[in-house]
Design a protein around this ligand. Structure first.
Ligand SMILES: [Zn+2]
Length: 279
């Protein structure tokens, strides 16, 4: 909350300062350029911009989520190579301009390659969901070390295991937990009855888990096994959880519930979600 207020004030100061600047042309551009910054980053999304450039959204470890332009990134033999792929782990150098919201990306170097996951259609679907959610929930310019580590861990595991099922379930569960939107998993939000070994129910229209008696039409079940898996996720690192076939239904149930709570929080449907059913 505090950080957001500071950012708003800083932006206001910038808007006020701009009209006072009487510099012109190249001199003005030079003076308004801030010193170059450098950060470890995860590429969240890129879009084509004009004929040769790319608009890039990245989560900097020390900068938070930032959007910038990589000039010439769409030209053949450009200096960015494969560094600007979705969820690439990079070192990035950029320059902020006082008058513009977009930074100018100068250089990016690959720290870690996720080439297998990025180039395989099925695996890249899992990465696309991680990317869309991160882009939607992370406020601009707010550092988030836990989310940085979570995205990196989930992407690494998709790459290492060649499967997104467990990694994605873990990612969405922890996203909801870190966001503070995780409901109680032991008792009904409406009547306080403990679930015990019975199924709990949820939907995307309200946060919370409901008992058999309070459930409303259209709600989906979250069985004991999926709730137990959530407890395991809460206490164990993803790369230490062994994925067994018997976990498949719980992994999916927990993922679907967490996706519903994320959609409830961001108040929109995730566009990448339906792709999951096709891979
Ligand atoms: Zn109830």
């Amino acid at each position: 909350m505090g950080a957001r207020v500071v950012i708003t004030i800083a932006l206001r100061v910038r808007t006020l300062r701009t009209p006072c600047s009487s510099l012109s042309g190249a001199a003005s551009a030079r003076r308004l350029l801030m010193p170059a910054r450098e950060t470890e980053a995860i590429i969240l999304k890129t879009f084509p911009l004009g004929e040769a450039d790319r608009l890039v959204s990245f989560l900097g470890r020390s900068s938070g989520r930032v959007r910038g332009v990589a000039a010439g990134a769409r030209r053949l033999n450009n200096r960015y190579g494969s560094t600007l792929e979705v969820l690439s782990h990079v070192q990035i150098w950029y320059v902020e301009k006082e008058t513009r919201e977009l930074v100018r990306i100068q250089q990016a170097e690959l720290l870690e390659s996720f080439h297998k996951a990025q180039s395989n259609y099925g695996l890249s679907t899992g990465l696309a969901v991680i990317s869309e959610i991160s882009e939607l929930i992370l406020p601009e310019h707010e550092v988030s070390e836990p989310m940085f580590r979570l995205i990196l861990l989930a992407t690494r595991e998709v790459e290492r295991t060649g499967d997104w099922a467990l990694a994605l379930s873990y990612f969405v569960f922890w996203t909801v937990r870190l966001g503070g939107w995780l409901p109680r998993f032991d008792r009904c939000v409406a009547c306080d009855t403990p679930f015990g070994s019975k199924a709990a129910f949820y939907d995307a229209h309200q946060p919370g888990l409901f008992c058999e008696k309070c459930r409303r039409p259209g709600m989906k079940p979250l069985h004991l096994e999926a709730r137990t898996l959530a407890e395991r996720f809460a206490g164990e690192r993803l790369d230490r959880v062994e994925y067994e076939n018997s976990m498949q239904p719980s992994v999916k149930e927990l993922r679907e519930a967490a996706l519903a709570w994320i959609e409830n929080h961001v108040e929109r449907r995730l566009t990448t979600r339906e792709l999951l059913e096709t891979t």
